[in-house]
Design a protein around this ligand. Structure first.
Ligand code: A3P
Length: 395
């Protein structure tokens, strides 16, 4: 920073402070270590925006050290989780902030993820599991990659890796982890533009998301349908062998793997008006996929003609997704089933009886699973948590 720039910088800050109404925003255009920043001072007194470009001596994107706290899960809840998921003691830990329940392997990645470099042209897909994230990711990837249908034949998992997947599969004995690789490392070394998927809540995501502000798509879903879908998924992928009612009990008590849903959703619902955030609901995609595709294209600064829109809609249809080995997880599941069968007896391999990954694809399937008492408890829980937020799942 030269002398003039230093003076201007100090002046702008003192004016902002003096009027008490100013707010300064720093954001970087380059990955750290970077020196060039734009400083925009919004002074409501002048009702104008004054942009200047100056050199700073310290990279402004350096993250403030955040402490991740790990806690053992104890008591009845630990016992219940161990019983239902056939876990060894300590198979899941609680990670805060966020109260995330995840295999202890996550300890080796948590801080690394928080400190991870974010790139301005990254596109992040954030969601709680079973909200239609594979579906949404396919839309985002395809539009973001100028409808590269040929490229979309590669496993979605490789084109748009789930950042924390290696940790999520920490208890899996089938060898899928070896097949997929170290996902944090893969994401770190991917060429730009990166398409990254994650189920982590905002608090455990890279601090630089707030500074670099890449495009972020968030998708959520009616919790009753999420719970049904997650139950089947846990049978398929995490050897859940408890009853559906047992699983509902865990879900409503924030105690399924990945932990509470409301904090997860609200972290992004509260940012839904940020220009770099596109907040979606599964129910919107179901009701009018075309308008979501058009919104998504606008968000990604892409133009689609009618023919292209139709091609995207066809690719994203339930039938097409269900039969598409790049997204239906069949290759991975087949590998997993075979490996587990070699280790266990058939009756212990729960994934053999579970429906497929892309399962039913409807709204309201909860009515086929929940008894009236459980449905009423969910309704009350949803009402309490949505009160005053403006969010709902009716479209
Ligand atoms: P169901 O289990 O209710 O069928 P995620 O990808 O986040 O794990 O979400 C999975 C859910 O999205 C599953 O819900 C799956 O069937 C649904 N899904 C995937 N592709 C879909 C599509 N093209 N149309 C509708 N639902 C779809």
């Amino acid at each position: 920073m030269n002398k003039w720039e230093k003076i201007m910088f100090r002046e702008f800050l003192s004016v902002a402070t003096l009027f008490g109404t100013g707010e300064s925003t720093f954001f970087s255009h380059e990955p750290p270590p970077c020196r060039k920043v734009d400083i925009i001072l919004r002074l409501s007194f002048f009702s104008s925006i004054l942009p200047v470009t100056i050199e700073l001596e310290q990279p402004p994107t350096k993250s403030v050290k955040m402490h991740v706290v790990y806690k053992d899960i104890e008591g009845d809840m630990a016992k219940k989780l161990e019983d239902l998921f056939g876990l060894a003691s300590g198979g899941l830990i609680e990670v805060n902030p966020g109260k995330v329940l995840i295999p202890p392997k996550f300890k080796s990645y948590a801080q690394r993820i928080i400190d991870m470099e974010v790139r301005p042209d990254d596109v992040w897909l954030v969601s709680y599991p079973r909200t239609g994230s594979t579906w949404t990711q396919e839309m985002v990837w395809l539009i973001g990659n100028d409808l590269d249908f040929q490229g979309a034949k590669m496993l979605q998992q490789l084109r748009a890796p789930v950042l924390e997947l290696t940790a999520l599969l920490g208890n899996d004995t089938s060898g899928v982890i070896k097949l997929i690789g170290e996902t944090v490392e893969i994401v770190e070394s991917m060429p730009s533009p990166r398409f990254i998927k994650t189920h982590l809540p905002l608090e455990l995501l890279p601090k630089q998301l707030d500074v670099v502000k890449p495009k972020i798509v968030y998708v959520c879903r009616n919790p009753k349908d999420m719970c049904v879908s997650y139950y089947h998924y846990c049978r398929l992928m995490h050897d859940l062998h408890g009853s559906f009612n047992d699983f509902c009990e865990l879900f409503i008590n924030d105690s399924v793997p990945m932990g509470p849903i409301w904090n997860h959703i609200m972290g992004f619902w509260n940012r839904r008006n940020d220009p770099n955030v596109l907040f979606l609901r599964y129910e919107e995609l179901k009701k009018d996929l075309k308008s979501v595709v058009l919104r998504c294209a606008k968000f990604l600064n892409k133009e689609l003609n009618e023919e292209e829109v139709q091609a995207v809609l066809h690719h994203l249809s339930f039938e097409s997704m269900k039969n598409n080995p790049a997204v239906n997880l069949e290759p991975v599941l087949e590998y997993r089933k075979t490996a587990l069968l070699n280790q266990m007896t058939e009756d212990k391999v729960t994934c053999l009886q579970a429906p497929s990954f892309i399962r039913k694809g409807v709204t309201g399937d909860w009515a086929n699973h929940m008894n009236p008492e459980i449905a009423a408890r969910f309704d009350e829980w949803i009402k309490t948590n949505l009160e005053g937020t403006g969010l709902n799942f009716q479209v």
